[in-house]
Design a protein around this ligand. Structure first.
Ligand code: MG
Length: 480
């Protein structure tokens, strides 16, 4: 097997034998289909902003700018206070903003870190669709901060309005229609997706599509992605054994909705479906219990690929033991930065070791000084000559001062190295899966719920359909 770069690799949290996987399911948006995030989120941001103004918010909000780089996935939104938080795996708030105002350590401690923190009280930015809405929320919060009294609502009320109008923008077609009118502006075709799907089919795997998008949208997007790209698979439906739209995940995994057949030749009319699912027909809704029953597959024979840790991965793994494959698009760039920053990472490790050594040496000097002083004070006999004693203590104190000064320099250097490394990933929030050097909450969730993770579905093309994906032994801090 060729030596792969990090952004091409699949990483294993839980070992998996591809040979025992009978079918692979795919989510559509941000899994099979990638979006041009700047164009797409800009569109969502402005379509929703229009609804704010149309509903009586100040007209000058129209000048708010979309910034594709301000919000990243994995952050938490404190809707009541108008704050955006990055939290580590131990629920400690490491970075916080109120609008665009960065909160200092004292404010973070007062609001969050000095009390019990329930992450569930906050909203997680875990889908790509949530990025633009979160940024819009933060922009409005910032406007309220700069213009007190102009919007007579609480931050919580503003968030409720946002939620309603974002949903409306998705439902009333203001976003989707524009995407479908100009797919090349909004959709990015992964150049290796066809090759990847064909390789899986040739390897004996059955593929299915399980998406929350409705039929009309799915059909157009999938046509754009897959139609006429391969001699034997002319139509996108040809790649999939089963096709399920409007699945309503995560409720697909917890609910009991029936399957409806989408009458694709009758304008998408729905007809209640009974009996086994028929290959290449399109179904609407349904639930996982029925899916397993109607397709005679179960649990660990299914590998489901999605981008949403909550909607795609958590429930399918917990309740059905489906094996899970998380696509984390951002890792494509993050991994390139990781490789570039490897020498910096080594510098940080060396600097931390140096700091530990200095700390030990300074502690030894402190012990020597206090031993000497205690002996001088308590011992009647064999007391050191007073001037010799003072000279010796003076020497030790001078040595200690040198070490302490060095420690301070070292401490500052480490902080600067870590901060420079974080900024290389993202100027505000740092690395997606870390806060400083520790795991972020998002990083920990990926580790807990995804059997496999990677930056693109098409990474699968590098691996055999019977590959044993092995997890390296779990490393504990004492292993390093
Ligand atoms: Mg998705």
């Amino acid at each position: 097997m060729q030596k792969l770069k990090k952004h091409q690799k699949i990483f294993v949290n839980r070992s998996l034998n591809m040979g025992s996987i009978r079918s692979l399911g795919f989510d559509m948006d941000h899994t099979l289909v990638l979006y041009n995030r700047v164009n797409f989120e800009n569109l969502a941001f402005h379509e929703t902003l229009k609804k704010f103004i149309a509903n009586g918010y100040p007209e000058e909000l129209a000048s708010l700018k979309f910034d594709p780089n301000f919000v990243i996935r994995g952050l938490l939104v404190d809707r009541e206070r108008g704050n955006l938080l990055k939290v580590d795996a131990h629920k400690y708030v490491k970075v916080a903003f109120h609008g665009h105002l960065k909160l200092d350590k004292a404010a973070r401690s007062e609001l969050y870190n000095s009390r019990g923190f329930k992450a569930d009280d906050f909203l997680t930015v875990d889908t790509f669709f949530a990025l633009s809405e979160t940024q819009l929320y933060i922009e409005i919060v910032d406007y309220m901060r700069r213009n007190p009294g102009k919007i007579n609502k609480t931050f919580g009320e503003v968030y409720k309005d946002l939620r309603e109008w974002i949903d409306l923008s998705h439902q009333d077609g203001s976003i989707k229609t524009k995407v479908l009118m100009e797919p090349s502006k909004y959709i990015v075709r992964d150049p290796h997706i066809v090759e990847t799907l064909v390789k899986l089919i040739d390897g004996g795997k059955k593929l299915f599509l399980l998406t929350n998008s409705d039929y009309a949208y799915t059909n157009e997007v999938m046509k754009y992605l897959l139609d006429n790209q391969h001699e034997e698979f002319q139509h996108w439906q040809d790649y999939f054994e089963y096709i399920i739209v409007s699945a309503g995940k995560p409720n697909f995994f917890t609910g009991s909705n029936p399957f409806y057949e989408v009458m694709t030749d009758q304008g998408g009319l729905l007809r209640l479906h009974r009996g086994p699912l028929v290959p290449q027909k399109v179904y609407h809704g349904g639930n996982a219990i029925l899916f397993e029953k109607l397709t005679a597959q179960k649990g660990d024979q299914i590998l489901y690929c999605g981008d949403h840790i909550y909607g795609d991965i958590m429930r399918s793994k917990e309740l059905f033991n489906w094996r899970t494959f998380l696509v984390v698009e951002e890792l494509y760039d993050d991994f390139k930065t990781t490789e570039k920053m490897q020498p910096e990472f080594e510098k940080i490790t060396d600097a931390i070791r140096g700091e530990e050594l200095l700390t030990t040496e300074a502690q030894a000097l402190r012990s020597d000084i206090s031993n000497l002083e205690r002996r001088q004070k308590n011992q009647k006999k064999a007391k050191m000559d007073e001037s010799k004693f003072l000279t010796r203590v003076g020497e030790l104190r001078a040595e200690l001062k040198v070490k302490e000064d060095l420690l301070e320099i070292q401490h500052k250097a480490i902080k600067e190295l870590i901060s420079a490394r974080e900024k290389a990933f993202h100027p505000v929030w740092g690395e997606l899966m870390r806060t400083s050097l520790e795991k972020s909450r998002f990083g920990k969730q990926i580790e807990s719920y995804a059997c496999l993770y990677t930056s693109r579905v098409s990474s699968l093309r590098f691996y055999s359909c019977s590959q044993k994906m092995r997890s390296y032994r779990d490393l504990m801090p004492h292993d390093l």
